[in-house]
Design a protein around this ligand. Structure first.
Ligand code: SF4
Length: 573
């Protein structure tokens, strides 16, 4: 049976606990949210000693199920002030699963900056004095050199150490590229505990045991076959998530010039197609790359400069939208360098990109100037006033600079889909307990669902509610979101997903398993946020989305407020 590992940084102690029965059916986001809701006071200071940082593996983590292995990171968020989960690919989740650890609960505050090493022999507490204020790239190199290629790293950069509210948590991929649990400032929670890095070393660990391996193998094979048969998987493999740039631009909802326009005249230059052409001409680039073992899609990439030197891996749609079109920056190399800088500092490219755009609107730097944006973000390494402002994210930057149009909900910046065109996504932005977030219920038009009109002003709450529980369940299973999207078009494969969960846990689940799991996660999260002081008024988009018509469609966000109030009522039942 898997264990819960509790790490007390104040006393430099650890202990393994049996997983309480109530946790045994949970993993990933479901587990981080459950533990945070039970162990962190809702009114706790997010960067105070009462907050806890939880790392949890998904239910299917480390098994033959396709694209499993996301690592969920959870805490009370310094950015949203509510409950938060962000997840990342990489190898940490699968290594924790091999060590038979379902979750690590980090408590207390260390006296000095520490690295914590987790292996089959337990936990060691190591001084991180030599790593202070090191960027994630050099940190990865030094830890790999010291502890070998068999480890996985979870770490923060200077952004987390400086408690910046847009600080992210980095996770190493099997080839030591940086993946990010970006959203919600969870890197600042790690920094507040003086925890620079966690090293997971699974050397000598026993092979992961599952309840019914034959059943799991059959269900996993069905899932893999289904995912690969879907055209979206092939598109992602060819162009990665940047595939979305041209699609979203054509729909008229690519955030441009701080969400004032829905189409970007430079979209072609930052598109997946252009990126693929560029990479094909450059030595050492990798157009196909996977961030986790067991991924059957490989949507990631390694983007290099003209000489073949790696700039960043992977360059993704949300970064292109938020630090590209939304800032009117159309030079792919500039965007890639900003992405690398954010990875090094340990900052969320999305909240930082949105912050740069509001700073541009305030006239602090010119629209489209990638070099000036880079220089401003770099200031957060030194802790200048302007750098700290940007590193604290979009909402703080907007307020400090007196900008009226601040695209955030619950303190967190929107992702790269304008909600005036994608109104179901707008409902998710408004009502998700996570704050504005694309991974919590992105509602896109689909050829397999021709009756769904994303621009309709009514009927969006039920679409969002469905997607919100669906993705809460997926994030609890530990499956990559991109593997779960094809399954939306193939509900017959949900049976195989449920079979995988039955085979792994040895428990009995019916056909409503995913829905019940997702709803239970959302219920826990909504209740925590209510206890933290959130009300219905927090479930709203900024006013300018209702007042300003988006060019070229002329649409506004006009889903009635009464409908927003119906989106997530599960917790009241
Ligand atoms: S599809 Fe992309 S994000 Fe998902 S596991 Fe594979 S490489 Fe990582």
């Amino acid at each position: 049976m898997k264990k819960l590992l509790r790490v007390d940084l104040t006393r430099k102690q650890f202990r393994y606990e049996d997983i309480p029965p109530v946790y045994a059916r949970l993993g990933g986001r479901g587990l981080t949210s459950k533990i945070v809701s039970e162990e962190v006071p809702a009114k706790a200071d997010p960067i105070g000693a009462e907050n806890k940082l939880v790392f949890a593996t998904g239910i299917l983590c480390g098994t033959p199920a396709p694209n499993n292995g996301r690592l969920s990171v959870g805490a009370k968020s310094p950015l949203t002030k509510g409950i938060k989960e962000a997840n990342a690919g990489g190898s940490a989740g699968q290594k924790l699963a091999r060590l038979n650890i379902q979750a690590v609960v980090v408590e207390g505050v260390a006296e000095e900056l520490l690295v914590v090493r987790v292996s089959k022999d337990g936990v060691t507490f190591l001084s991180a004095a030599n790593y202070k204020e090191l960027g994630n790239y050099e940190l990865f190199d030094r830890l790999k050199e010291k502890y070998g290629n068999g480890i996985s790293i979870i770490s923060i950069g200077p952004g987390g150490e400086r408690l910046l509210k847009a600080a992210s948590v980095a996770v190493s991929s099997p080839d030591f590229k940086i993946r990010m649990a970006s959203r919600g400032g969870l890197g600042a929670v790690m920094g507040s505990k003086h925890l620079k890095a966690v090293i997971i070393d699974d050397a000598g660990a026993e092979r992961l045991e599952v309840g019914d391996s034959a059943k799991l193998k059959t269900a996993a094979a069905n899932l893999t076959k289904g995912i690969l048969a879907h055209p979206f998987a092939e598109g992602l493999r060819q162009f990665g998530t940047p595939l979305l740039v041209n699609m979203i631009n054509a729909l008229g909802c690519l955030p441009t010039k701080n969400y004032s326009i829905g189409q970007f005249e430079g979209a072609e230059k930052i598109s997946g197609e252009f990126m693929a052409e560029t990479m094909a001409k450059r030595p050492n680039s990798q157009a196909v790359h996977r961030c986790m073992n067991g991924c059957v899609i490989s949507c990631s990439n390694v983007y290099v400069d003209e000489k073949g030197e790696e700039i960043v891996s992977g360059l993704e749609y949300e970064t292109l939208g938020l630090t590209g079109s939304n800032c009117m920056i159309k030079d792919l190399d500039d965007i890639a360098r900003i992405n690398r800088l954010c990875n090094d500092l340990g900052l969320d490219t999305m909240d930082v990109g949105a912050a740069i755009a509001v700073a541009m609107e305030a006239g602090i730097l010119p629209w489209g100037d990638g070099k000036a944006a880079y220089a401003l973000i770099e200031e957060s390494r030194k802790g200048t006033q302007r750098g700290t402002m940007i590193g604290n994210g979009c909402e703080e930057t907007g307020k400090k600079l007196g900008v009226v149009r601040i695209p955030t909900v619950k303190g967190q910046s929107l992702s790269a889909y304008d909600p005036r065109v994608l109104k179901g996504t707008g409902v998710t932005y408004a009502t998700s307990p996570m704050g504005a977030d694309h991974t919590c219920g992105l509602a896109l038009p689909s050829p397999t669902n021709p009756d769904y009109d994303p621009t309709a002003s009514t009927g969006q709450a039920s679409v969002s509610a469905f997607l919100q529980w669906y993705f809460a369940a997926i994030d609890s299973l530990g499956i990559c979101l991109f593997a779960s999207l094809p399954l939306l078009d193939m509900p017959e494969l949900h049976k195989d997903l449920i079979e995988c969960a039955i085979a792994v846990t040895g428990q009995t689940f019916d056909e409503n398993y995913l829905m019940n799991l997702g709803i239970s996660v959302l219920t826990v999260e909504k209740r925590f946020n209510e206890a933290a002081g959130f009300t219905g008024k927090d479930d709203r988009l900024p006013e300018f989305f209702r007042k300003e018509a988006l060019s070229p469609s002329g649409l506004v966000f006009d889903v009635p407020e009464a409908e927003l109030d119906t989106a997530l009522r599960y917790h009241e039942q």
